[in-house]
Ligand binder design. Structure first.
Ligand code: ADP
Ligand code: MG
Length: 454
């Protein structure tokens, strides 16, 4: 076993020192402290794998220290030494997460064994954490949350294509994370240390988009009082992100195509040819293939951009990501606004997972941020949700039922209509009806059987 650091906390120096000597002989590094306060000071500055602490000590006793250690570094194991008459305290220590306790006088063989077992457990926990953080990297992609099958597939694709210089076209509704993905591709590519330059094609008027992209020479047009580099030049050796590429006017589309094909262009009003080495990532919230069919987007340019195609699903098509996103944004805005919102009630979460989210992740993020800013609740509950989200469920949907209808008929009708209202989602329907999923399956089978026999 590798060398471990053990902190011994004991107010009786003869006990502390002899124990230290024993464990040093077993090959560990030893730190000594004579009370809880001193121990905490050490723990703040040193990495400690195991704490062995006496219970009764001045200033801060062993139980208080244990609590503090578990708060500071939960993976640190703690062994408690109890003197006669403090057995009760030792039992209490076990509840607080102590690894074990040992009675005074300390038996060298027993303490050595306990120490080895505690360190083994600690190593296992650390290995586990390592594994977990590697898994988290797989799912998280740093700041991109996605555990749904669809997103995990996209992450795999990104990892695969990031190293190459091929163009990427990202299609997805507004707020689905296109820019985030474009960023991720750049930072996972060999160009990561060079610039990532963004052009919002939608926000640029036809007149200035060319000068924005390719730059201009002094006097190229009225107002061009100095020459200026365009985004293509700025992105040299890096990545150029063409956001809302579908909004580029046709005249500019031709020029863009030429740059993509030949890697060279001239500034507006200039005649010097400039060569650049750039990777292009383009994004659009419109289906560009449709735009090509309509004649609004050049087909040749489309094929140039669409070497790798990434389709980001709308948030409502990957509802299983919603809870993870909600927690992620609670954490993000807790940090930003120094708040301590602890979480969200299951009921409120159900509202969020069922909502339409036409504005996708951006809308969800804004919703969480505004809940925190406006209410800063301890736990987010239904009353904190914006009206339009609550309305979605509170709007009563009505089924007219004639007097004289049998209860059996009522139940059947209710079941069918609820399933319709939930688009056939049995889990959701069961929740609305207050029954469990197994019951709803059985009832559906009963209705189907009835239908087939009659
Ligand atoms: N999968 C995700 N995980 C975490 N945050 C996300 C995710 N997708 C989008 N966001 C956040 O939502 C907002 C909108 O994302 P953005 O990339 O600008 O979307 P788009 O470019 O498609 O409109 C940003 O604040 C972004 O950080
Ligand atoms: Mg965007």
């Amino acid at each position: 076993m590798e060398k471990k650091v053990i902190l011994i906390v004991e107010d009786d120096p003869t006990v502390g020192e002899s124990l230290g000597l024993l464990l040093k002989k077993k090959g560990h590094d030893i730190l000594l402290a004579s009370n809880g306060k001193e121990a905490l000071q050490l723990l703040r500055h040193k990495v400690v794998d195991l704490v062995i602490t006496d219970v009764v000590m001045p200033k801060m006793d062993g139980i208080e220290l244990l609590e503090a250690v578990k708060g500071l570094r939960p993976e640190t194991e703690v062994i408690v030494i109890s003197a006669q008459g403090t057995i009760e305290k030792a039992v209490q220590a076990m509840k607080w997460g102590a690894f074990d306790f040992i009675e005074k006088p300390i038996n060298p063989r027993i303490i050595s064994l306990l120490v080895e077992r505690a360190l083994e457990k600690q190593t296992l926990i650390l290995q586990n954490q390592n594994l977990r953080s590697r898994l988290e990297d797989k799912y998280h992609f740093k700041n991109i949350i996605g555990r749904s099958k669809k997103m995990v597939k996209i992450f795999e694709l990104i990892r695969h294509i990031a190293p190459y210089d091929s163009s990427v076209l990202i299609i997805g509704e507004s707020g689905t994370g296109k820019e985030l993905i474009a960023n991720a591709i750049h930072y996972k590519s060999p160009r990561a240390s060079m610039s990532f330059i963004k052009v919002s094609c939608a926000s640029l008027s036809e007149g200035i988009i060319e000068s924005e992209l390719f730059g201009h020479e002094k006097g190229a047009f009225t107002g061009a009082i100095a020459s200026r580099k365009g985004r293509f030049e700025l992105a040299h050796q890096g990545t150029l992100f063409l956001d809302e590429v579908g909004d580029i006017p046709p005249a500019t589309q031709i020029k863009l195509l030429r740059v993509l094909q030949e890697g060279e262009f001239e500034r507006v009003g200039g005649n010097k040819t400039i060569k650049v080495n750039i990777r292009i990532i383009a994004a659009s919230n419109r289906d560009l293939q449709e735009e090509v069919k309509k004649g609004a987007f050049r087909e040749d340019l489309y094929y140039r951009l669409n070497v790798v195609n990434i389709k980001l699903p709308a948030l409502k098509e990957r509802r299983d990501d919603i809870p993870f996103l909600v927690h992620f944004f609670i954490e993000r805005y807790n940090e930003k606004y120094r708040m301590k919102v602890r979480g969200i009630s299951q009921k409120a979460m159900n509202f969020l997972t069922d909502y339409e989210w036409t504005g996708n992740v951006r809308e969800l993020e804004n919703t969480i941020e505004s809940i925190l800013v406006i209410n800063s609740p301890g736990v987010i509950d239904i009353q904190h949700l914006p009206q339009e989200i609550r309305d979605m469920k509170e709007k009563p949907e009505v089924i007219p039922i004639k007097i004289g209808t049998s209860l059996e008929e009522v139940e059947k009708e209710m079941l069918i209509q609820t399933l319709k209202a939930t688009n056939g989602n049995k889990r959701k329907a069961a929740r609305l009806l207050g029954i469990n999923v197994r019951t709803i399956h059985r009832k559906i089978e009963e209705i189907q059987e009835l239908a087939s026999t009659s």
